[in-house]
Structures are given as C-alpha cells and as structure tokens.
Design a protein around this ligand. Structure first.
Ligand code: 5GP
Length: 212
C-alpha cells in the first residue's frame, strides 16, 4: 500500500492557538491521529488523563525513559514531556497521519529519527497580537506573559528549520491550510515510490519490454 501515514510535528509559540487548531483538524477531517504525550506537570483545570496528556510522576517518567518507551523527551519549565512510541507506531502502521504537538527541541529530535517528518510552525500574525492573546487569556499574570514572550523570542530562532509556517489569524482558514499541506505532502514523489515502480513495470509489460 502506498498510502502510509505521515508524521507531522506542529510547534508554535504559546498563545498561537495550536490546541484549538488540533482540535478543529480532528473534528473537521478524518484520517488523523493526535499523539498524547506523557508529562510530569500537573493537570490544568478541565484537562483529562489520557486525552490531553498522560499525567505521570517523575519516577514513572524516568521509568519510561529507561525502558526506551519514548521517541523523544524534553525538560520544559521544570517538567518532563515526552512522546510515547507505541501509539505513534501503531497509528502510522494503520495508515493514519500522526500529529505530534511538541516544542522545538522535540521537533529536531523527531526529524533526526524520521527525516520524512513534516515540520509545521504556527504563529499569530504579529508579536503584538501574540501579546494581546496571552493577556486576553486572563489566567496569566503579567510576569507569566513576559516569560512566555521571552520564551517565544528563543523559539523564534528555530522557526526557519521548519518546512512550513502557518499564520493563525482566521482559525478556519488555518485548519484548511494545515489539512491541504498534509494532502500535498502525500503527493511527494519520494512518498509514492510504489506507484512509480508499478507504472514503470506496467509500461514495460504493455510495450513487451524496452527497446534496446
Ligand atoms: P503545556 O504545558 O503548555 O501543555 O506544554 C508546554 C510545551 O510542551 C508546549 O510547547 C508543547 O508543545 C510541548 N510539549 C507537549 N508535549 C510534548 C512532548 O511530548 N515532547 C516535547 N518535546 N514537547 C512537548
């Protein structure tokens, strides 16, 4: 079968709207699987174990590292975050496109292991808009907003290593763009080697071989 699942990493500044983007992508289109990360951070209000994250202890997390059950992991603001192997393997094998919503170091790590991975960076249209969205959350203190903007400045250094950049201005347009770019990625010649080989074989057979 030629239609193998593609691995897609989505990163972006805190406040870029990645969470909403992922949610809408899964609602609007079928064929996607969103990887659920393991983390040692405490759940936020409304977050569910097994849906938003696997909320585990530091001991459990180091156990997963030791047993090689993570494709990548990182320490981010004093908490561990990592991508469990089993789900990614299972979904890719079943032909689903698997989305990892992870930060920039994790993205680099995944790209090294899977050079075919599509790296997508999501940004608001401007830095001012990013600040406005962070302040608009209400839950963030001015210090926290400053911290997130400083972290955004650091992450901006990694943006040009990504394959695609999506501007999340209009969420519906952004979801369509994400879906369309993944569809286009499926058409890459390098992902269609089986079709290519079959066409060559069929043409050879139709022509009774090649001219010498
Ligand atoms: P939050 O605590 O706000 O949910 O996530 C903090 C950051 O960790 C976000 O940038 C998110 O994309 C990233 N993250 C979530 N899961 C993983 C993971 O499994 N691996 C890595 N490297 N980063 C992750």
């Amino acid at each position: 079968m030629d239609k193998k699942g593609i691995l897609i990493v989505v990163s972006g500044f805190s406040g870029a709207g990645k969470g909403t983007l992922m949610k809408k992508l899964l609602e609007d289109y079928s064929g996607y699987a969103l990887s659920v990360s393991a983390t040692t951070r405490a759940p936020r209000e409304g977050e569910l174990h097994g849906k938003d994250y696997y909320f585990i202890s530091r001991d459990e997390f180091t156990g997963m590292i030791r047993d090689n059950r993570l494709y990548e992991y990182t320490e981010y603001q004093n908490n561990y975050y990592g991508t469990p192997r089993a789900y990614v393997d299972e979904m890719l094998a079943s032909g689903k496109d698997v989305i990892l919503e992870i930060e920039v170091m994790g993205a680099e790590n995944i790209k090294k292991q899977f050079p075919d991975t599509v790296l997508v960076f999501v940004t608001p249209p401007s830095a001012e808009e990013l600040r406005r969205r962070l302040l608009g959350r209400g839950s963030e203190t001015p210090e926290k907003v400053r911290g997130r903007l400083m972290r955004a400045l650091q992450e901006a250094d990694y943006m040009d290593r990504y394959d695609y950049i999506l501007v999340n201005d209009d969420i519906d347009a952004c979801v369509k763009e994400l879906h369309n770019l993944i569809c286009t990625e499926h058409l890459r010649m390098s992902r269609r080697s089986e079709l290519c080989g079959r066409m060559k074989r069929e043409l050879e057979s139709l022509n009774g071989g090649r001219e010498q």
